[in-house]
Design a binder for this molecule. Structure first.
Ligand SMILES: [Zn+2]
Length: 457
């Protein structure tokens, strides 16, 4: 018997965490934290796992919404075996240490038990790592009959170390996409998929409601970005680009540098900072061992100034510059949020949005505003007038919706479980699959009650 249980992130881009019981072998797929929530609300519903066998936890990649609650899982289930790719393990060390300090600042709840830097060190030591396409076996602690599972990681083309996960139990094959991208970025090559037929596909649906005509490919979007940037920079303005410190920071930095080298973009100072610059080193260190567009390219060779070393944000306006600051969704009190307040007041400058914004985030408010609007960045912020230019770009590290259908086409699953998208996204992908492939069964995890335990085989 094989069953599936969403523990978090079923119908939103939040605390991704799914549980599979494969003939008694309990496997957790991802263990994320909701970036917009705090305290217990931000964690997956781990209590749903109380009476279940838990043997291992496989992490698809090191974004917070896929790995952020791992330290809490380990407090509750200390014997879980954790396995990732070596790159995800290296980045996990940086991001989990970084969130120790962030969580402490954010949460004012005495009942909430934090984790410490020492606990992160121990956790990282516990993580086993496996290379892409290197099949390994997961056994259940209880050595149950028919419970052995073979696992293979496939490069998901999303960020460094990201993996789609193939699980095989008694010839039944399940493929979990994690976050997946089927087109090249500037550094990262597109995903590689298994060659065989899959029985159950667990599919992300981030861009399920986004018209793909709006998602140019990365290279075409770069040229549009250069054109719009030149208008601002050549008029003595500066540009703020909020980016995730993992993935988007590295890809945008490489994109901007390449455009400058090709003389398509005016050469100005580039500001980066925070954990993103540490992650750049992990990208450089792995340049030969993962699939890359240019294996010789190194982020460290790009001249950058550190935004934490400026005396005041006014420095950004003394000369035209580009500031790549995290967080990607301009969450309150982060560098990009604080800089945005200053940029909004500057009529010659601009905020360029590079990717997805959660509708609840300050970044979403800014992305959907234009010059002259009065906006509230948070419930506690006074109305601010938008004086700068706001432009939206779609540099996507996720598959477009037609690409999601291509995955279905290639893997020919009998069942598809839709995750990691809002209602509209899941509806579009679900109905498109049903229209095209009459025999495929689709499910989604919108109703926790209805899908308490989805029997898939
Ligand atoms: Zn991701």
């Amino acid at each position: 018997m094989i069953s599936f249980l969403p523990v978090g992130g079923g119908n939103e881009i939040g605390a991704n965490c799914y549980y599979l019981n494969l003939n008694g072998n309990g496997v957790i797929l991802d263990c994320g934290i909701h970036p917009q929530k705090t305290g217990l609300d931000s964690l997956p519903k781990f209590d749903l796992l109380n009476d279940k066998p838990i043997d291992s936890c496989l992490i698809s990649h090191a974004h917070q919404d896929h790995i952020g609650s791992l330290p809490f899982l380990i407090k509750k289930f200390p014997y879980v075996k954790i396995i990732t790719t070596p790159q995800t393990r290296a980045i996990a060390e940086l991001v989990l240490h970084n969130s120790v300090s962030i969580l402490k600042k954010e949460i004012d709840d005495e009942s909430f038990e934090f984790y410490s830097h020492d606990e992160v060190d121990l956790l990282i030591k516990m993580i086993e790592y496996k290379e892409y396409r290197n099949q390994f076996e997961l056994n259940s602690y209880h050595q149950l009959k028919n419970s052995d599972v073979n696992i293979t990681f496939y490069d998901a083309g999303h960020i460094l170390g990201s993996a789609g996960i193939l699980l095989e139990n008694n010839n039944y094959k399940i493929f979990y996409t994690g976050d997946i991208n089927l087109t090249d970025q500037t550094i990262q090559r597109k995903a590689k998929l298994p060659e065989e037929k899959i029985d159950t596909l667990i599919l992300e649906t981030t861009y399920g409601k986004t018209d793909s005509d709006l998602l140019l490919n990365w290279q075409a979007e770069s040229l549009r970005f250069a054109e719009e940037s030149n208008k601002i920079l050549n008029n003595s303005g500066s540009i703020l680009i909020p980016v995730f410190s993992l993935g988007k920071m590295q890809e945008m930095l490489a994109t901007i540098w390449q455009l400058m080298q090709k003389r398509k973009l005016t050469t100005v100072d580039i500001y980066t900072g925070g954990i993103g610059t540490k992650i750049n080193r992990v990208y450089d260190y792995n340049k030969y061992v993962v699939s890359r567009i240019d294996k010789e390219f190194e982020l460290i060779s790009i001249p950058q100034k550190d935004y934490y070393e400026i005396s005041s944000p006014e420095d950004f306006f003394s000369n035209p510059c580009i500031v790549l600051a995290s967080s990607g969704m301009m969450i309150k009190n982060t560098a990009s949020f604080n800089f945005a307040k200053r940029f909004l007041k500057q009529k010659d400058s601009a905020i360029f949005i590079a990717g997805y914004m959660d509708p609840e985030s300050p970044g979403y408010t800014i992305a959907n505003s234009e010059r002259g609007d009065k906006i509230h960045l948070t419930d506690f912020d006074e109305a601010a007038e938008v004086k700068c230019e706001i432009k939206n770009f779609k540099f996507s590290a996720h598959a477009r919706r037609e690409d999601l259908l291509r995955i279905v086409d290639k893997l020919k699953p009998d069942n598809v479980i839709l995750t990691h998208g809002d209602d509209e996204a899941i509806d579009w992908v679900g109905s498109s699959i049903l229209k095209k492939y009459k025999s495929i069964k689709t499910s989604d995890s919108r109703s926790w009650e209805r899908i308490k335990n989805l029997l898939i085989a």
